[in-house]
Design a protein around this ligand. Sequence first.
Ligand code: NAD
Ligand code: MG
Length: 493
Amino acid sequence: MAITRIPSTTHEPLLWEYADSKESTDVVEIDDRYGLYIDGEFRSPRSRSHFTTVNPATEEPLATVAEAGKADVDDAVAAARAAYEDVWGPMSPPERAKYIFRIARMIQERSRELAVLETLDGGKPIKESRDVDLPLVAGHFFYYAGWADKLEYAFPGIRPRPLGVAGQVIPWNFPMLMLAWKVAPALAAGNTVVLKPAETTPLTALAFARLTEEAGLPPGVLNVVTGAGETGSLVVAHDDVDKVAFTGSTAVGKLIQRQLAGTTKKLTLELGGKGAHLIFEDAPLDQAVEGVINGIFFNQGHVCCAGSRLLVEESVHDRFVDKLKRRLSTLRVGDPMDKNTDVGAINSKEQLDRISDLVESGRSEGAEMFQPDCELPQRGFFFRPTLFTGVSQSHRIAQEEIFGPVLSILSFRTPEEAVEKANNTPYGLSAGVWTSKGSRILWMADRLRAGVVWANTFNKFDPASPFGGYKESGFGREGGRHGLLAYMDWSEG
Ligand code: NAD
Ligand code: MG
């Protein structure tokens, strides 16, 4: 009998490489230069000052953007005040709802364009801006549009009144989503807004301003003043701002709290975190690996509620770490505009330096580092997905927020020890628990000092679910009915 030999070449490993799958940028038009959006129109800044926003994946400039100075912020607040007194405040709630619904629908219609713009300006993978950020952005506007004419039912016994002008300062990690978390409830509760986007990611907020103009939102209801920390500080400190909402670093949050002490302004702060992600030995380990990967490498780890401290029960520690290392090696790092990319660009050179410094401290303090052997693009700001084992609680990488794709791994022996270690941080934003015991989930959730506790999942968001921190992670809640309270005067019945 003749034996057919399979040619030896077929025994060589087949390379199943991904083909490039680039999202097109044709859907987006970026102006060379942007003014400030005040009183329903784009204006050159009175400050005459501009800055450049770059694409962090290529380091190429995308546009020149106005930097608002004091006179500009005064104009924006005055426009917001006038719109509040004359139009938006007196408007009937069902009318307001119609505008917010219209904005939500237009976001859906343009979500591809906005997702591409978000990725170009900020560096996050297109599959995340397309599948996570933009659907949630539209979801928040729909959700709060629905409450706009039902506020009396949201809080029975309270006569809902808006506060007036809201000054909102947002960060660069979820530029449009943070805009939605702040603008949608503010408008739904009847307030007008002066928004200050982050200096590295102003473009989607400017595109949103244009979208509201097309939606016919009355001039002055939404104003966008671009600039850096100085501009943010002018918004926050302005005498005619009634409510301040800030998301960003704990250091700036503390500064703002000091700045507002003794004033009657209402304040909510959503600050940093050092989320604990806990794996018990009875957890479905392969699913937990996916949860941990999503918990720390989603959005390059630029996530305030990232699961950046992994606590693994000692009996499964080595096995789990092996699985994690294998999974880490399959992550695709690189061009954020490629639909296959899992980990995109670090948002800025400054953030890349911050991450590199903290990672260096982890090595010099004696933790053991693992990085997959992946190639990084020549240009742009990139960092390899990284994990540290042998981390002790006193290491800086176990204490400080890295805000990058870096996971610190510790172990525990008992549930009590897990709780103690998880809570041993100045922060208190998020935590996650993986176990197949329902009673243990509830026991842990009672004891973890974190605003959100995920069970057998991580980084899941929903417009109906409130989000916010304990301790140095800030105060106040965004999302859900709770998110409306921050924009309402509910001091008397
Ligand atoms: P940041 O706090 O400096 O900036 C956040 C926003 O606040 C930006 O719009 C910025 O222009 C503005 N701002 C800066 N100084 C201000 C001031 N004095 N008054 C008013 N507004 C001001 O954050 P960053 O420097 O871009 O990032 C540093 C760290 O902040 C990160 O490593 C991370 O730990 C943390 N961070 C947290 C979040 C979050 O979602 N909680 C988001 C971004 C950054
Ligand atoms: Mg940019």
